[in-house]
Design a protein around this ligand. Structure first.
Ligand SMILES: Cc1ncc(COP(=O)(O)O)c(C=O)c1O
Length: 509
């Protein structure tokens, strides 16, 4: 603290965090070397280490906030390897869990460049070229999937946030009184939203957090292919209208999180028009497949949506985090999110209007997420993306066929690049009343073992009460020999586990 108007001499300020060119260059070169080697070695590494979270916590050592610093060189020498040795690698060719992709190396470099520039892409004046790159990225993402390129949109952190942006726009536009002024509590016609039973859990958060209320989400039944039942949807809408509810939104999934099922999007669009509802498509995972020449017919209905969520950090292989919200009428985003406080001088002129992304979404200050998505699109173009997406789908189908060759594996579903199946040991007494319960327990524990094995990483789906093993391939590093290896790995772990846990009563031999 300064006293007596005596100030420290800061004419040659030596800020502790500053790093001058030479040091930055030396550390940067080494880091790039280490990352390049890591990427080359990735297939030889285990997908993950089977260590407890406790052990990893302990690895970090002394838990006190450091009073004094450590040189950046020492830190990188320690931390780079620590991270390589104790992480799960979603960039590994045999990672097929959840819906997390391998990250495109160009995106890794883009993130470094974006951080170095540190643009605040909330206002165009703070990020002149970055804002334009984001706008171009939005147009290109729309072009890739056949959505109108005149739409509004922005990049957000992921699928949840992209769906939230669209949900909020739908609520703003379709509500019958000005909710932003009065709040939800004054309405005597509660808003209701329609989703299928297979919709991702973002809708639970949205309903609770944005004032809709969980009980105003109508979970419409699905058919035997996990698609929303259109008859049930229309019956529910009619019943809500006659009970004085205000239906406002139908969410169609373009690739459900569990099995990749695609709702009948064209029919949902027709129903939405008939009842004046907002049609939102959750394409966080599956939307990019709409660009394929042989895209499933139902998927193409996404072009009619009022809004759409798509995750570049899923099937466009951008490093985390990158989600994208598209809204057909850009004005709807502005009406939902834009404010003009006096302390922001961002309006520009009519002749040269800026794109201020703080007017389009929930965030104020925002990073330059678009760079990694934009550079990926430029590096390989539409052609490159469609090739990788098509190959992922082909590999998932290949896996489905491979699974069918093994009597102890039972195929379940195959949609887009998600394949599900389960392990049924041959000598199991399938007639027993407890056989299905046992199979669920066995397959659940099998997923746990496989996830810890480091040989492969898959996740699960529960369909019709059956616990299934689930491989989701959004991974440009996966090859056919990787998927061909999976059945044998599953059988090896499955048989070992079955021998340990099967009750005597379920033995048929
Ligand atoms: C269909 C769907 N919607 C939304 C999400 C949420 O996306 P994120 O995890 O990027 O928030 C997911 C995630 O897997 C998803 O599959």
């Amino acid at each position: 603290m300064t006293t007596n108007n005596k100030f420290p001499n800061l004419s040659n300020r030596d800020a502790p965090l500053e790093m001058h060119g030479e040091e930055f260059r030396e550390l940067g070169h080494q880091l790039i070397e280490d990352i390049a080697e890591f990427l080359d070695d990735l297939p030889q590494r285990p997908v993950t280490t089977n260590e407890s979270f406790l052990k990893i916590r302990q690895l970090l050592g002394n838990d006190n906030l450091p009073e004094r610093g450590t040189s950046a060189k020492e830190l990188f020498a320690e931390v780079t390897n620590q991270l390589f040795d104790h992480s799960l690698f979603n960039g590994h060719p045999r990672f097929w869990g959840y819906i997390t992709s391998s990250a495109a190396p160009i995106g890794v470099l883009a993130d470094l460049l974006a951080s170095a520039l540190n643009q605040n892409v909330g206002a165009a004046i703070l990020s002149p070229i970055a804002s334009e790159i984001e706008a171009q990225t939005i147009r290109w993402v729309a072009d890739l999937i056949g959505y109108p390129r005149t739409c509004g949109g922005l990049l957000v952190s992921g699928g949840n946030m992209a769906n939230f942006v669209c949900f909020l726009a739908a609520r703003k536009i379709k509500a019958d009184s000005d909710f932003n002024e009065e709040g939800l509590s004054t309405s005597n016609r509660p808003l209701v939203a329609y989703v299928s039973r297979e919709t991702h859990t973002w809708i639970d958060k949205a309903a609770e957090l944005f004032g809709l209320g969980a009980k105003h989400v109508r979970w419409i039944e699905t058919d035997s292919d996990q698609k929303m039942d259109m008859e049930a949807l229309e019956i529910q809408i009619k019943s809500d209208l006659s009970d004085n509810y205000l239906p406002f939104l139908v969410v169609g999934s373009a690739g459900t999180v569990s099995t990749g099922a695609i709702d009948p999007l064209p029919t949902i669009a027709t129903i939405c028009k008939k009842y004046n509802l907002w049609f939102h498509v959750d394409g966080a995972y599956g939307a990019p497949a709409a660009g394929l020449a042989d895209a499933p017919e139902h998927l193409l209905g996404l072009v009619q949506a009022d809004s759409l969520a798509l995750d570049p950090h899923k099937w466009l292989y951008s490093p985390l985090e990158a989600g994208c919200a598209l809204v057909r009428e850009q004005q709807h985003l502005i009406e939902t999110f834009s404010h003009h406080p006096t302390y922001y001088n961002f309006d520009g002129t009519k002749e040269d209007p800026p794109i201020n992304y703080l007017d389009f979404g929930l965030q104020n200050s925002r990073g330059f997420r678009a760079l990694k998505v934009w550079l990926g699109l430029r590096q390989v173009g539409r052609e490159g993306y469609l090739q990788m997406i098509g190959d992922d789908i082909a590999l998932a189908r290949h896996l489905h066929i491979e699974v069918g060759r093994y009597p102890e594996l039972q195929e379940a579903t195959q949609n887009l690049s998600i394949t599900t199946f389960r392990f049924i040991p041959q000598s199991l007494n399938k007639e027993s009343a407890t056989a299905e319960d046992y199979l669920n327990k066995l397959n659940e524990e099998l997923v746990n073992r496989l996830q810890k094995s480091g040989e492969v990483f898959i996740s699960n789906a529960v369909i019709g009460g059956k616990y299934l093993l689930r491989a989701c391939i959004v991974n440009f590093r996966t090859t056919s020999s990787d998927v061909e290896a999976l059945p044998e790995i599953v059988l090896r772990y499955g048989k070992e586990l079955d021998a340990e846990i099967r009750p005597e009563a379920l033995r048929s031999d």
